[in-house]
Design a protein around this ligand. Structure first.
Ligand SMILES: *Cc1c(COP(=O)(O)O)cnc(C)c1O
Length: 495
């Protein structure tokens, strides 16, 4: 099976090339040429597999140039060996007869990014060998918090890779900063940049396009790449947990073979929910995918009207990983729904770049309406939902997950749809103590890591070990640069 660019389907690559390259050379996203279908009894037979086995089963269908023993080893390294605090890796927690929660935050950084970023480095490292690449890949990341730490953990001590993370000095929380600066591993580097996230991001983009730097590093045996969420190697591992959740519901008897379920997904860049749609294409009986947004509700409007318009105010919310006005992975869905009309997709993306707006064809709009529903909520409703779910179900959720719970409740009230629904939970509440504590009625929040203990004490819920253990970790990184000093810092770190 080949992968093609969403902006030019004549541009074809093997899986390993698509994963090593990230973005297509024409700016499009590499996407499978055909979607494999699960054999009729697959969901039944996967029921009794471990998460790792399910991952191998699903990923093998998309990765012809990787062998089963290879994928098995990667799954063991990514999801086994105590890296995840739950042996089920992505367990389903049932709240009531028709509401379930897929917990994607049992990994080393306590957020759903681990599901993909624990796997991608292995896929990428192997891709380099398959492509006869002799250089070491240097992953550069600009982060507003979560992605940087998840990427550091994923790439830590993976062969033929180095990873350098730049974070804005003024743009991450105290806990996030501590998580990054205490990162272990021989191939990692962390540095803060004066300014905000845009400064760090612009700085990293400049490093990617600095010919002198690239040449100097090539001489030292390095080349740059990125690990952002448009890489196919990040989308594919996410398809696995949708299938896995369905299998778990079958196994627990919550549903019968063939029963439909909904998934309600807190959405930012559209990578998570897109993987849900791909699971549906493979044959998982999914009725609706419910796209939940915070006050940055560009996707809600888009899915309801067919008009994507980023010309609107940007809000900093208590669910920061969803503070996004351009959802890059939507491009892959448009490609699918336009029946591979690469020129149409390229046109929409050009309009988006030039005017910040595009309107999709009636055909695409019909397919959006068939498969997706959308809703949004502000910070006040988010906080209220955290409090309500805690009081009524004794279940503690983070603000991103709360957005999804709120949107689901509204959807059910308005539509009367009583299909069993899985809410996708994307972060541990302990990552967002500052907002979770007040939401459950505790107004005075302890500074720094003190808030983690405070939340554990107030609720009797155990804090995840990677967060609880932060205080006793050694701070390894103290570097600080001005934007102009980033290239020098890269050269320093890649000695
Ligand atoms: C990244 C992230 C999201 C958004 O996921 P997308 O794939 O970008 O839609 C939601 N919640 C959390 C906690 C995240 O880290």
């Amino acid at each position: 099976m080949y992968y093609v660019s969403t902006r030019n389907k004549k541009l074809k690559m093997m899986p390993a090339q698509a994963i090593a390259g990230g973005l297509a050379p024409d700016g499009g996203l590499m996407t499978p040429e055909v979607f494999p279908k699960l054999p009729p009894s697959a969901l039944e037979s996967m029921k009794d597999m471990s998460y790792q086995q399910r991952a191998v089963y699903v990923m093998k269908m998309f990765l012809e140039d990787y062998s089963v023993p290879e994928l098995t080893a990667f799954a063991a390294r990514a999801y086994g060996g105590g890296k995840f605090s739950s042996p089920d890796v992505a367990p389903v927690h049932t709240l009531d007869g028709s509401t379930h929660c897929l917990e994607l935050w049992h990994g080393p950084t306590c957020a759903f990014k681990d599901m993909a970023l624990q796997m991608l480095p292995h896929l990428l490292s192997a891709a380099l060998t398959k492509n006869n690449e002799s250089k070491t890949v240097c992953i550069l990341v600009a982060t507003s918090g979560d992605t940087g730490k998840a990427a550091l953990e994923g790439f830590r001590d993976v062969d033929k890779t180095r990873i350098l993370v730049f974070y804005p000095k003024d743009g991450v929380s105290e806990i996030q900063e501590l998580q990054m600066n205490t990162q272990e591993g021989e191939n990692v580097g962390v540095c803060s940049v004066a300014g905000n996230f845009d400064d760090a991001q612009t700085g990293v983009k400049r490093l990617f396009s600095d010919p002198a730097l690239r040449e100097e590093l090539a001489g030292r045996g390095f080349f740059f790449s990125s690990a952002n969420s448009i890489n196919w190697g990040r989308v594919l591992p996410q398809v696995v947990y949708y299938i896995s959740a369905y299998c778990d519901l079958l196994k627990s008897g919550a549903i019968q073979p063939g029963d439909k379920v909904n998934f309600c997904v807190p959405t930012g860049n559209f990578g998570n929910i897109l993987a849900g749609y791909y699971a549906k294409m493979m044959g998982v009986p999914i009725h609706k995918l419910i796209c939940a947004s915070n006050a940055n509700n560009v996707l809600t409007d888009f899915l309801r009207t067919g008009v994507y318009d980023r010309n609107r105010p940007f809000y900093n919310t208590m669910s920061p990983s969803m503070d996004i006005l351009i959802s890059s992975n939507l491009e892959r869905l448009l490609f699918q729904f336009s029946e591979w009309d690469d020129q149409l997709v390229a046109g929409y993306m050009k309009e988006l770049a030039e005017t910040g707006r595009y309107e999709v064809s009636p055909g695409i709009r019909r397919k959006l309406e068939e498969n997706f529903v959308a809703g949004c909520c502000d910070d006040e409703a988010t906080a209220r939902t955290i409090g309500k779910v805690w009081r009524e179900k004794k279940y503690l959720i983070d603000p991103h997950t709360a957005v999804a719970f709120h949107v689901l409740e509204e959807y059910r009230r308005e539509s009367g749809d009583d299909t069993p629904t899985v809410v996708v939970s994307t972060a541990s509440p302990f990552k967002f103590c500052d907002n979770v504590l007040p939401a459950i009625g505790i107004q005075t929040v302890q500074p720094g890591t003190g808030a983690i203990d405070q939340l554990a004490q107030a609720t009797g819920v155990e804090a995840p070990a990677p967060l609880a253990g932060l205080r006793s970790k050694t701070v390894r990184f103290h570097q600080w640069v001005e934007k102009e000093g980033m290239a020098g810092q890269v050269l320093e770190m890649l000695r």
